[in-house]
Design a binder for this molecule. Structure first.
Ligand code: ZN
Length: 872
């Protein structure tokens, strides 16, 4: 099967406008009848056919201006309805069709999940509900009538305002609700929910004094876990008013939690739909990290109301226009509410271990791709997180005030329209220069970031003139070739610099704009000393690049101790961790360096000088597996897995006393309510994990007890500490976690993930048991990701040298692809690193990819598998 390629260069405006749509949705026992009535206005004077998309729709009738359309006036394929000669004047097109949401396992369009019917239309799900152009540049006002059985579906929701609700005169067992959304929107923001849901309400008063009703809809029994999400929503609404001057624009805001959902959450206008794992939480049943994540996703979806909904995307190549910008906004929100430093470090670490990995592999693509086969495959960390980095660089280059002036102009100019990334960039630049200032960099060159894939490497060589006190940097940039892009042009790279002396920073921070293949930068008037001062570079991680610069251990230790930028400080520590771990992986442990780092860590613990325990925990965090693999000539996940463990165990012995001390101090704050106590709980997890690895039986016992304790953060920290160790405490801990949470599917997914990622000799057998477990729900993407994702992060089992792990994974993905292509095509990327492994592993993984390639696959999964196959 070949699927057509969609190209940015082929974009043409849709030749019709559809200012109004009326949808009539009648929910029956076995199907839903959809009648859509569209007001259509030809936008061109020339006659063109009217092309509508439609998937899995059973067409009943087509009526134009009240007269039925004869069958020879249109053609219908499995994906399109074409009216050959539509009227040249505005007309009403009424189409009746039926759909079957009860057997829809793809979780796109309308589908059933537990006791409800729910919709997912981004990116191209609306065509599974009714015939429609289903492209984001067609904006319409929607009026929706939903009719259903009143006992099975007491709650009927759609976008906008509720116009009326009541029982049907002709049948008192049925009722209807009519919704009207005054804001024109693209079809991907349409939403509909019908079901037996419980509602929890709250209110928010906007700056201009309007009261907004906040409604959270959950399954029966889940009401008690809603206050965190509602509080988060209120915080997000207040923050967007305060920081961006953007106020909510309707009288109500609904969030629905569903168990079966392909992604995290969806920003449908005034009717967000959330994966229930991103709604239901309190500190007993969710970790600190999960509470923060929920807060940020609730905010992310809320922020889309302006960056995504009021201003939407012209076409799907502009996806990062809404996603990159909205991620940047939610990152700033979390940073403002909590710790700027910790948030930035978490984001940098995540970028390195997911986006950098993607960008150096077969599915690497630009933030603005130029073509795709299945758009669902482009909801990637590149579009989201790298996209956010591009916005952040603009913010860094312009400063907060000028960036905000640009944002204001963007909103003013494009509100109510479907825009492009160029529209955004130009507005930002124009708004930032409204008072006649210079931009300070080349805007067209900056936009290369959108089109060039790959992570740029910045190489810095230093020359120190001790007599003159001048430090000269020879800086070159190079972006390695990526699929379809053999050579690259230089980018605009903001490089924030400072010099660190024995008492901290010397002079001011300097922002240098790199824009050449090679260029030289001088820092003058520095203390005239024999040794060059330490260099703090790419402070705050001012650009998403990898740095190549010789840094001595002394310099790293000095920065770790004294840099006033916490991100650069953390980075200095990461450099040392990486060096140590990679040396161990080469079986050439750098003992002197290990001793020095241990000493530095000891000082950090005992000096008590670190006021933020979360930041201290960041300094103790080892670099991720993905970034270490990337630094190896031949990636060896198994070896690295052992190396983490052996280093922890060595540190657990070496630092036993200070760690116990730290544990005692941290314990005092265990009971503090999130966000308080988070840092101490992180540090507890760290000390547990190191001490348990070192064989400390008391700690193991304490960890087992924590699994039954009042804090989910500590319970999970305990499980993580015990997991790599073959011991009875581990089995005991996993068992009591299961027993405690077996009736809560969202939490039980954690158990599935833990079980699947626990290294054991009968690992593959265990994976099979989990997939057959009575509580495993094969229709829930969360469960699939828990087991198969856990499996993929279980090196000894997944990477078994006989290839059994790969083969089993491929079989599972082929089966999942039949039911749910979106989930399968996202998971299939577990094979994307095959070329980086040693020959035997590489061949085994290659066989698994071939196995997939020769199966019957969805267009989504086919596209990813084809990219991963070797090019001939
Ligand atoms: Zn988003």
């Amino acid at each position: 099967m070949t699927t057509a390629t969609t190209r940015l260069a082929d974009y043409r405006p849709y030749p019709f406008q559809i200012p109004n749509i009326e949808l009539d949705v009648v929910v029956e026992e076995q199907h839903i009848a959809i009648s859509s009535s569209m007001q259509i206005e030809p936008a061109l004077t020339t006659k063109v056919p009217l092309v509508l998309q439609g998937l899995n729709l059973e067409l009943d009738s087509i009526v134009i201006n009240g007269s039925s359309v004869p069958t020879d006036a249109y053609s219908l394929s499995s994906s399109e309805l074409v009216l050959h000669q539509p009227p040249i004047h505005p007309f009403e097109l009424k189409i009746i069709c039926r759909i079957d949401p009860f057997n829809n396992t793809s979780l796109e369009g309308l589908y059933s999940s537990e006791s409800m019917l729910t919709s997912q239309c981004e990116a191209e799900g609306f065509r599974r509900i009714c015939f429609h152009p289903d492209r984001p540049d067609v904006l319409s006002r929607y009026r929706v009538r939903i009719e259903a059985d009143r006992t099975r579906y007491p709650v009927l929701l759609s976008n906008g305002n509720l116009v009326s609700k009541g029982s049907l005169a002709k049948d008192p067992m049925r009722h209807e609700a009519i919704w009207d959304d005054p804001y024109p929107k693209p079809a991907y923001l349409f939403a509909l929910v019908a079901g037996a849901l419980q509602e929890v309400q709250a209110h928010f008063k906007t700056t201009s004094g309007r009261s907004v009703l906040l409604r959270l809809h959950v399954e029966n029994g889940d009401e008690t876990y809603t206050s965190h999400a509602l509080d988060s929503l209120k915080k997000a609404m207040a923050w967007d008013e305060k920081v961006y001057g953007l106020e909510y624009d309707l009288d109500e805001y609904n969030i629905v939690a569903v168990r079966h959902f392909n992604m995290g959450a969806m920003e449908n206008k005034s009717l967000n739909i959330f994966n229930s794992k991103l709604v239901l939480a309190d500190s007993e049943c969710a970790t600190d990290g999960e509470l923060e994540r929920i807060e940020s996703v609730v905010a992310h979806e809320y922020f889309h109301n302006w960056t995504g909904n009021r201003i939407t995307c012209r076409d799907w190549f502009q996806l990062s226009l809404k996603e990159g910008l909205t991620v940047f906004r939610d990152q700033s929100f979390t940073a403002d509410l909590h710790s700027k430093a910790v948030k930035r470090i978490e984001d940098v670490s995540m970028l390195r271990n997911t986006q950098f990995r993607e960008d150096s592999g077969p599915t690497s693509h630009p933030v603005k791709p130029s073509e795709y086969k299945a758009i669902d495959n482009f909801y990637t960390t590149t579009i989201y997180e790298k996209g956010a980095e591009l916005i952040r660089m603009l913010h860094t280059l312009l400063g907060q005030q000028r960036f905000m002036a640009g944002m204001a102009l963007y909103v003013q100019r494009f509100d109510g329209t479907a825009a492009t990334t160029e529209d955004f960039i130009h507005s930002i630049a124009e708004g930032a220069c409204a008072n006649g200032e210079q931009l300070g960099f080349d805007l067209d060159q900056f936009q290369r970031w959108y089109h060039q894939s790959g992570t740029p490497q910045v190489c810095v060589k230093r020359h120190w003139d001790s007599q003159g006190g001048t430090l000269t940097l020879e800086v070159s940039q190079f972006t390695p070739p990526t699929p379809g892009q053999p050579s690259k042009a230089p980018l605009v790279i903001p490089m924030a610099l400072a010099v660190i002396g024995p008492n901290g920073r010397i002079g001011e921070e300097k922002l240098v704009v790199l824009d050449q293949d090679t260029q030289s930068v001088s820092l003058r008037d520095l203390p005239r000393q024999a040794k060059p001062p330490a260099l703090s570079i790419f402070r705050r991680f001012s650009a998403p690049i990898t740095l190549q610069m010789d840094v001595s251990v002394d310099e790293s230790l000095q920065l770790l101790a004294l840099d006033d930028d916490p991100v650069a400080r953390w980075e200095a520590g990461q450099r040392l961790w990486r060096k140590i771990l990679l040396a161990r992986a080469r079986k050439q442990a750098d003992k002197p360096l290990e001793e020095r780092l241990a000493l530095a860590l000891n000082q950090l613990i005992t000096s008590g000088g670190e006021s933020d325990p979360s930041f201290l925990a960041m300094l103790f965090g080892m670099p991720g597996l993905a970034e270490l693999e990337a630094a190896q000539d031949v990636a060896d996940p198994l070896m690295l897995y052992q190396v983490y463990q052996s280093l922890k165990s060595w540190l657990g012995v070496k630092l036993s006393d200070p760690l116990k001390n730290l544990l005692e101090r941290s314990r005092l704050n265990w009971g503090a309510q999130w966000p308080a106590g988070q840092g101490e709980r992180m540090l507890t997890g760290l000390t547990w994990s190191w001490l348990a690895a070192a064989g400390d039986c008391e700690v193991r016992k304490e960890a087992v007890e924590a699994v039954n304790g009042p804090s989910m953060s500590l319970a999970r920290a305990a499980l993580r500490a015990l997991q790599p160790i073959e011991c009875t405490e581990r089995d005991e801990a996993l068992k009591s976690f299961y027993e405690r949470w077996q009736d809560r599917p969202v939490i039980l997914d954690t158990w599935f993930a833990l079980e699947a990622s626990t290294p054991r000799s009968d690992g593959l057998e265990r994976i099979k048991q989990l997939l057959d477990h009575p509580r495993f729900d094969p229709m829930a993407p969360n469960s699939i990701r828990a087991v198969l994702g856990g499996f993929a992060s279980n090196p000894p089992v997944f990477h078994a040298i006989d290839g059994s792990g790969y083969k089993f994974m491929a079989e599972q993905l082929i089966a999942i692809d039949q039911r749910n292509p979106i989930t399968a095509s996202r998971m299939v990327k577990v094979f994307s690193r095959w070329q980086t492994y040693a020959p035997s592993r590489k061949e085994a993984m290659h066989r698994a990819i071939d196995q997939l390639a020769s199966a019957e696959l969805s267009a989504n999964t086919r596209e990813v598998v084809t990219l991963m196959q070797p090019k001939h």
